[in-house]
Design a protein around this ligand. Structure first.
Ligand SMILES: Cc1ncc(COP(=O)(O)O)c(C=O)c1O
Length: 414
């Protein structure tokens, strides 16, 4: 612990230590979270946090940017190799800002966006009324088929023809199935709309070839850099050269000021790790683990939206199997035994987003810890036990013991 933190910032330092202990001693199963390497953390906690570098490599508004240029150019070059895009902007501070960059580049206020509904798996930044995207643009949303839980592409196409959007968003926060980006692209072309594929959740799966890549099919691809790819918090935009200038000036100076150079250094480091062959094994295991989780939960009588998963997450719909258990109560019960998930709305939701009827469970972080099929099986059974008897102290005690053993067997940083 540094002297300064011990003295003036002891509360902050203690919170950091406590958070590290919390992560080591619980199982992080929030689908959008992961554990970065020490190298990525060092980059993000580096002296680059001190540096202003408004502009882009080759055209900065500040002096002293030579090393900032090095990390930004490296992050861009590595991203191009990972996803195959012609142009990459690594400056968005987050996934939401990446989407903002694309909207600002291509749309005027009042233009039309067609995107997946939040309660069917979409994201706030796809046009929800509480987000800038829903306030600046006219938004309509497509949904999943209530029977199958899959996107109904025919209905989506009809909706697009009727609404005549300027931009169509594919991509999601809680849709457990693969996106057919080619079909989205065909509809976008037919109705003369731009196609934005938001791969925030699946950047790593796409980079590793575990999910189809939208780069050849979409006009714009946005993503987060801290979910299934372990490059620290941030966002990214990819597009063809033809839109490069529009995107770059929408990000800076349009939507942001100085780039977070420490985060860009983290992106460069994390993208480098994702180019190693082990990353493909990691991504394969993330999906295998999610499938194991899905199959155990199904065997234990739980309903899953769409019946299973192709990706890194499952979405449990508690309404059939546990009608009296809300998502909020399920989240709390699991939290009490050290399994950290989030409550989540499900298609056709009748409860509020703060209560919900579902939980979303993800495998990226536990897979980073080294979880194999056996560990996954154990944690899936534990989740089922707890949700079946959330008030039974004997069950909870047994579950705490299982979680503790798994955490010790699969440490994160030690
Ligand atoms: C599909 C999608 N887009 C965008 C975002 C926003 O990312 P951020 O939280 O980095 O703004 C998320 C976050 O979970 C997401 O799931």
């Amino acid at each position: 612990m540094s002297e300064q933190l011990e003295g003036r910032n002891s509360t902050v330092e203690a919170a950091i230590e406590n958070e590290r202990d919390r992560q080591e001693s619980t199982l992080g199963m929030i689908a959008s979270e992961n554990h970065v390497s020490e190298a990525v953390m060092n980059a993000q906690g580096s002296v680059f946090t001190n540096k202003y570098a408004e502009g882009y490599p080759g055209g900065r508004y500040y002096g002293g940017c030579e090393h900032a240029n090095t990390v930004e150019e490296l992050a861009v070059e590595r991203a191009k190799r990972l996803w195959g895009a012609e142009h990459v902007n690594v400056q968005p501070h987050s996934g939401t800002q990446a989407n903002m960059g694309v909207y600002f580049a291509m749309l005027d206020p009042g233009d039309r966006i067609l995107s997946l509904s939040l309660s069917h798996g979409g994201h706030l930044s796809h046009g929800h009324s509480v987000n800038f995207s829903g306030q600046l643009y006219e938004v309509e949303q497509y949904e999943v088929d209530p029977e199958t839980g899959y996107i109904d592409y025919d209905e989506f196409a009809t909706h697009a023809r009727e609404f005549d959007p300027d931009l169509i968003v594919s991509g999601s926060s809680a849709y457990p199935r693969e996106f057919d980006f080619e079909r989205f692209a065909a509809v976008a072309e037919e109705v003369d709309a731009y196609h934005l594929a938001d791969i925030a959740h699946i950047t790593g799966l796409v980079a590793a070839g575990e999910h189809s890549n939208p780069v050849p099919h979409a006009d714009f691809v946005t993503g987060s850099t801290h979910k299934t790819i372990r490059a620290g918090r941030g966002g990214i935009i990819m597009c063809d050269e033809e839109h490069a200038d529009a995107v770059d000036s929408a990000v800076f100076p349009g939507a942001q000021g100085g780039p977070l150079m420490h985060n860009i250094a983290g992106k460069a480091a994390g993208f480098g790790e994702a180019l190693e062959p082990e990353f493909e094994e990691y991504a394969t295991r993330v999906v295998e683990n999610a499938k194991t989780l899905a199959s155990v939960l199904r065997e234990r009588g739980f309903s899953l939206v769409s019946g299973g998963t192709d990706k890194h997450l499952v979405l449990v719909d508690l309404r059939d199997s546990h009608p009296d258990l809300t998502g909020k109560e399920a989240e709390t019960a699991l939290d009490r035994v050290g399994i950290v998930v989030n409550k989540n709305t499900v298609p056709g939701e009748s409860r509020s987003p703060m209560v919900t009827s579902g939980i979303r469970i993800g495998t990226p972080a536990v897979t980073t810890r080294g979880f194999d099929a056996e560990a996954m099986q154990t944690v899936a059974e534990t989740i089922a036990d707890v949700l079946d008897a959330p008030d039974d102290e004997t069950v909870l005690e047994q579950a705490r013991g299982d979680v503790g053993r798994l955490c010790q067997e699969f440490p994160i940083y030690e």
